[in-house]
Ligand binder design. Structure first.
Ligand SMILES: [Zn+2]
Length: 283
């Protein structure tokens, strides 16, 4: 599943080809993904000029004409960008052709499992949209996007942890607490911070909380730098795989030795998701 670093990689690839570009045409090849596609999506896109491409949590935000097109890649969504009209592949659901300074690009959304979605909302309603309104702060600051005042810091983290009875693993996956963290990077951040995924969130304080914040931010920055993690479905928009999979220390390594202490990595289920951790290094 694309997580924040993968979505950030897609967004960063879209910025130079879409920002300031005019949409020549849009082909919408089915009426729905996870939800029905907006009926005015084609007319919104065609002839419009894209003013910005940003990201909030795992949602790509494409703005034009006082509207925000919200693109979520779901479980298996990916984006291809090419400088010629691409050959159609199975599960290519949306194709957008854009032109900027005489240069054309094609952007294709592919999503075999169709858990992704596209929504279109007026700018004035954006902050109240159900996918946006309840989101916590962004875990990392990336090149002015999002706004710097909406990024996780130690004061916010300490306050949010106070009184939170859920295990720290579930707390970190809760998008209302921190936006955009997913299973892979939470497992990795907890390992780096030496915190057991089973520990109650409220008991993560002092030195532990002080280790947790940079662990989250470092793991995300490193993954973004390597184009994300490619497990099953996700490729970067240029077709290359993300390389962070080679840097995973616990995720997917059940039974393999901990790289720090040789103890076999354990896998348990928490809220239906697999948690991977070392019972010696993480307390
Ligand atoms: Zn260990």
């Amino acid at each position: 599943m694309p997580e924040l670093p993968e979505v950030e990689t897609v967004k960063a690839a879209l910025v130079p080809v879409m920002t300031g570009a005019k949409v020549r045409y849009a082909e919408i090849r089915r009426p729905d993904l996870r939800f029905p596609l907006p009926t005015n999506l084609k007319s919104f896109l065609e002839g419009g000029t894209i003013t910005s491409v940003k990201r909030r949590a795992k949602i790509i935000l494409i703005r034009a004409a006082n509207h925000v097109m919200m693109l979520h890649l779901g479980m298996s969504g990916s984006v291809r960008i090419s400088d010629h009209k691409p050959n159609s592949q199975p599960h290519d659901h949306v194709e957008i052709a854009v032109e900027k300074q005489g240069q054309s690009h094609w952007i294709v959304l592919n999503d075999p499992r169709r858990f992704g979605y596209i929504d279109l909302v007026h700018e004035r309603d954006f902050n109240n949209h159900k996918s946006i309104a309840a989101l916590g702060p962004e875990p990392v600051s990336i090149a002015d996007d999002p706004e710097p005042d909406n990024v996780l810091d130690i004061a916010y983290l300490n306050k949010a942890l106070e009184g939170a009875k859920a295990p720290i693993k579930s707390f970190l996956l809760d998008q209302r607490q921190i936006a955009g963290l997913g299973n892979i990077y939470v497992c990795e951040a907890l390992h780096r911070a030496g915190i057991s995924p089973k520990r109650k969130a409220y008991s993560v304080k002092g030195k532990r909380a002080a280790r947790l914040l940079p662990a989250i931010q470092d793991v995300l920055h490193e993954a973004i730098g390597q184009g994300g993690t490619s497990l099953r479905d996700h490729k970067q928009p240029d077709g290359k795989l993300g390389y962070f999979v080679q840097s995973l220390k616990v995720y997917g390594r059940e039974g393999e030795p901990c790289l720090a202490c040789d103890t076999p990595i354990i896998s348990i289920k928490q809220s239906g998701r697999a948690s991977f951790y070392c019972s010696i290094c993480q307390r």
